[in-house]
Design a binder for this molecule. Structure first.
Ligand code: G6P
Length: 614
């Protein structure tokens, strides 16, 4: 979602800012803009569409400025137009702002400013904040700190979430950043400082980074910086080396990040698993949970909170953990959990799962859980992310940066970590060493099985070609393959814009079967358990109504003649890894299906990689 980059230093701001915006493209956006402080004036350029459009329009005007801010916008208030694109200039022309998040009371602030005869040129909440800063500046006795004070005063009047970068015409050597709710990180380089919503924007340029805490302001010059609290007291800055928090991303020989990330899953899973089993080979050893052994042993229930694909991985975890550890598990949409009156019974553990570690609803749900005194753990991929910093403990996924908006390798690793957690909790309870060992073996064997399935990718491409004209598809599975059905449908919707729904296979008869006709393919995942026969019966119900059936089936399960049009075989595997394997053909199916429609799978319309608004 929206990205911020700011630069102040001795170099050419234009180069740094455009490069930073390109690195933030993966977050998802629909317009981009940049502003520079040059001489005694501002220079600004804004374009709808890609950063490439913006780069072209700046090229024509060219800037040698060494102070500037830039933004990729994902529309919240007001449609995708140039006038709504950031940066926004204040009514008096003195301030320029870029903003992530939502100022929830923007309407009352706008009314207040309108009464002062201040006019607006956009429909955004961000312009309201910019004008409020300018208005404060006009009424303050302008001494040396007028810029900082005006920003601080304005932010104290705002409710909602913000990450901002601001520059002021009267302060050619100052860049201010501030955050509440939306992430913001300061980058410290040689003769240059940076501000960005994500450290990847300044990798290779900044040496150290400082993550701002909620309510903090960062005041940067080209050679110095300081952090203050929202009340203006000096705050401590904890620096971290940038190379430890962010990795370079490179497409290699692949056409898209989604394809690359699908095919790097064997390696990603090896990294997720590495060094995480006990010496006796019967349990999982997750370092980030070591300090919480007593709480884990005495758990009464686990509540998973997550959004999107991460929530589907948690649902896989629900089935596996309940089976292995006999601990009751609930999976909640983070956005629902945070506003619910969920009864706080027994010893509950909240596990928040988020690839980015920055999804606002997930973070707010964690904060709500902490308010209620619950132990919170995080599963995230991004080292140093807000989730990693705000939970009581947790586990890193270690799958490397995931750039494709449609999450693939992150899902596999999250589901794998849930299985490992189930194993660890199971071994603290009833699970025998023999069963523990067979699960450890299954998990260790997972990367090779994933490679085996991915090698059959061509068969999936052919299936995608066969069904490329379908506009409605159903995905069906039972037990731990039900969340896989949800994930398969989500993946297809996200990148191909076809309508797809996921259901438990037996629910077919309670509604979705009405959609079945010759144009609506159904993708069934067959378990390879005693339930297989029931799922095959559901397939036959679809065939009886002339619906095309694609079956994804373990090698040893026999599919009766006439119950499926196409069969994709998976290796026989332990139940803890089956959902991960069954999901692979669905990832590939969505990928090929979308590519055959000529769509950009890495930048699907309207979607953002990291959703930092409610
Ligand atoms: C967005 C992305 C999804 C992702 C979800 C949760 O909707 O497009 O791919 O699953 O956010 O993201 P998180 O970073 O919290 O896992």
């Amino acid at each position: 979602m929206c990205g911020i980059v700011g630069y102040i230093g001795k170099g050419v701001a234009q180069e740094v800012l455009l490069d930073g915006l390109r690195r933030l493209e993966y977050r998802g956006y629909d317009s981009a803009g940049v502003a520079f402080h040059e001489g005694h004036q501002f220079f600004m350029a804004r374009e709808t569409g890609r950063v490439g459009n913006l780069a072209q329009s700046i090229q024509r005007k060219c800037s040698s400025a060494s102070l500037g801010i830039a933004h990729t916008r994902w529309a919240t208030h007001g449609p995708v137009t140039v006038s709504n694109t950031h940066p926004h200039v204040s009514y008096d022309g003195k301030f320029i702002i870029v903003h992530n998040g939502v100022i929830e009371n923007f309407f009352s602030l706008k009314r207040f400013l309108s009464q002062k005869k201040i006019e607006f040129t956009s429909e955004t909440d961000s312009e309201v904040l910019c004008n409020l800063i300018a208005y404060n500046y006009s009424i303050l006795q302008s001494d040396g700190d007028g810029f900082i004070e005006s920003v601080r005063m304005a932010l104290s009047k705002c409710s909602g979430a913000y990450g901002i970068a601001v520059i002021c015409l009267d302060y050619p050597n100052t860049l201010i950043g501030a955050r509440r709710g939306s992430p913001l990180v300061v980058g410290l380089g040689e003769d240059a400082n940076f501000i960005a919503s994500d450290a990847s924007a300044f990798v290779g340029r900044a040496k150290d980074a400082v993550f701002l805490k909620d309510g903090e302001l960062a005041i940067l010059t080209g050679t110095d910086f300081r952090i203050t609290t929202s009340e203006g007291q000096e705050a401590q800055a904890v620096t971290q080396p940038v190379d430890q928090i962010s990795e370079e991303v490179d497409l290699g020989d692949f056409d898209s990040f989604m394809e690359k990330e699908i095919f790097e899953q064997p390696l990603a899973l090896r990294n997720t698993l590495r060094g995480r089993f006990g010496d006796d080979g019967t349990t999982a050893k997750l370092g980030g949970l070591e300090g919480h052994q007593d709480e884990l042993r005495n758990l009464d229930r686990i509540i998973f909170i997550a959004c999107g694909t991460a929530r589907h991985a948690c649902m896989v975890g629900e089935y596996l953990i309940e089976r292995l550890a006999r601990v009751p598990v609930e999976v909640e949409h983070a956005s629902e959990f945070r506003y619910r009156n969920s009864p706080n019974v027994g010893n509950s553990l909240v596990i928040a799962v988020s690839q980015s570690g920055e999804t606002l609803d997930t973070l707010e749900a964690v904060r709500e859980a902490k308010t209620k005194g619950l132990l919170t753990l995080g599963i995230t991929n991004v080292v140093g992310s807000t989730l990693a910093r705000e939970t009581d403990g947790g586990v890193y996924q270690r799958v490397g940066p995931e750039i494709g908006v449609a999450s693939t390798k992150a899902f596999s690793s999250q589901a794998c970590l849930c299985a490992m957690l189930g194993l660890a909790l199971g071994r603290m309870r009833d699970l025998s060493p023999v069963d523990g060992r067979s699960i450890v073996d299954a998990l260790n064997g997972l990367p090779n099985l994933v490679s085996e399935v991915l090698q059959q990718g061509e068969q999936i491409r052919e299936l995608a070609m066969k069904y490329a004209n379908a506009e409605h598809l159903l995905f069906l599975g039972r037990q731990s393959l039900y969340p896989v059905a949800l994930e398969g449908a989500l993946k297809l919707k996200e990148i191909s814009y076809a309508h797809a729904e996921g259901y438990p296979a037996a629910e077919l008869k309670h509604g979705p079967i009405a959609l079945i006709n010759t144009e609506c393919p159904s993708v069934f995942m067959v378990e390879g358990t005693e339930l297989s026969a029931k799922t095959i019966a559901n397939m036959q119900e679809v065939k009886a109504r002339k619906g095309p059936v694609i079956a994804i089936v373990p090698q040893s399960v026999e599919i009766p003649e006439g119950s499926a049009d196409d069969v994709f075989r998976l290796p026989d595997a332990h139940e803890v890894v089956r959902p991960i394997l069954a999901n692979l053909p669905l990832q590939l199916f969505a990928y090929h299906f979308a590519r055959l429609r000529g769509l950009d799978v890495d930048k699907p319309r309207n979607l953002a990689k990291s959703v930092t608004v409610e």
